[in-house]
Design a protein around this ligand. Structure first.
Ligand code: ADE
Length: 277
């Protein structure tokens, strides 16, 4: 996979040399090019921004540096044999970046990222390239960063670990908390390793029992507990067919029940306080 990042802070992308993504680059699984947007400015101050039409606070990134940068990245990519690029535009007003989208992007051969600073990029740039290639405007969460570079790192890491051969164990992402198509997207529960005792704290007995069935059940119960606590929306979204008898028992203990209005296959919801089964 080829990745291009155009940014006014190329050094912000240094982490792409480290760990999983760094190793994937060394192995030739990822071909990363980071470009300084200011290389496509021609004035003394290397200006990349200007005041917004219509007024308002902040500055907007100008069309020309982006247009020239993207044209040159595209030309270079095509010349060196890359094809069917997609543009990934990190922005807090984009669609939420999810595991499903990570999988979709991991199937593309060439991603071009345009992390912006200030109030964003002049809209005409995105509209122009959208006539030539798919454009994904993505947000990594409901908060506003000072720029899109951190989002590029997030998206790249989520995508790179899905590329064939990048993670050691081909099975390892099948069980990811947010693997698309999973019957139930549950958060993973706690994990432990040696030593068996640390500062007076032991390991849950079941994990030492060697009883695979009981261990699997315990892990599932922990996942249900954690998910109801931190992400009740995921339980509500689950297809109820994803819950077996033991799941239902656990959910009931945690105060969840099928919606009585929606029988027979209704989703689970949190029982109102004081309402017994
Ligand atoms: N740029 C600023 N905030 C962002 C966010 N939440 N996601 C993606 N890009 C951003």
């Amino acid at each position: 996979m080829r990745l291009d990042v155009v940014t006014i802070f190329p050094e912000y992308l240094e982490p792409l040399n480290v760990s999983l993504v760094g190793k994937a680059r060394v192995r030739g699984q990822l071909n990363v090019h980071v470009h300084d947007l200011r290389a496509w400015t021609y004035d003394r101050h290397n200006t990349v921004d200007d005041t917004p039409y219509g007024g308002g606070p902040g500055m907007v990134m100008k069309t020309d540096p982006w247009g020239d940068a993207l044209d040159s990245v595209l030309a270079d990519g095509y010349e060196t044999g890359s094809h069917t690029p997609v543009l990934v535009v990190p922005t807090p007003s984009g669609r939420p970046f999810t595991q499903e989208l990570a999988v979709e992007l991991s199937e593309r051969p060439w991603l071009i990222f345009t992390p912006a600073r200030y109030e964003g990029i002049d809209r005409r740039v995105i509209d122009e390239y959208a006539t030539r290639m798919p454009v994904y405007e993505v947000s990594i969460g409901d908060y506003v960063l000072a720029g899109g570079e951190a989002a590029v790192l997030v998206v790249t890491e989520a995508v790179a670990r899905l590329l064939p051969g990048v993670l050691g164990n081909a099975e390892s992402h099948r069980d990811d908390s947010f693997a698309p198509g999973a019957m139930a997207n549950l958060l993973e529960g706690p994990v432990y390793t040696k030593p068996p005792e640390w500062r007076g704290r032991g390991i849950p007995d079941v994990l030492l029992s060697g009883h695979h069935g009981k261990i699997a059940r315990w892990r599932r119960d922990q996942a249900l507990m954690r998910t109801t606590l931190h992400r009740p929306d995921l339980i509500e979204r689950c297809d109820p067919k994803a819950f077996d008898k033991k799941d239902r028992e656990m959910l009931s203990i945690l105060g969840w029940a099928p919606d009585p209005e929606g029988e027979p296959h209704s989703r689970f919801w949190r029982r109102p306080e004081g309402v017994e089964e």
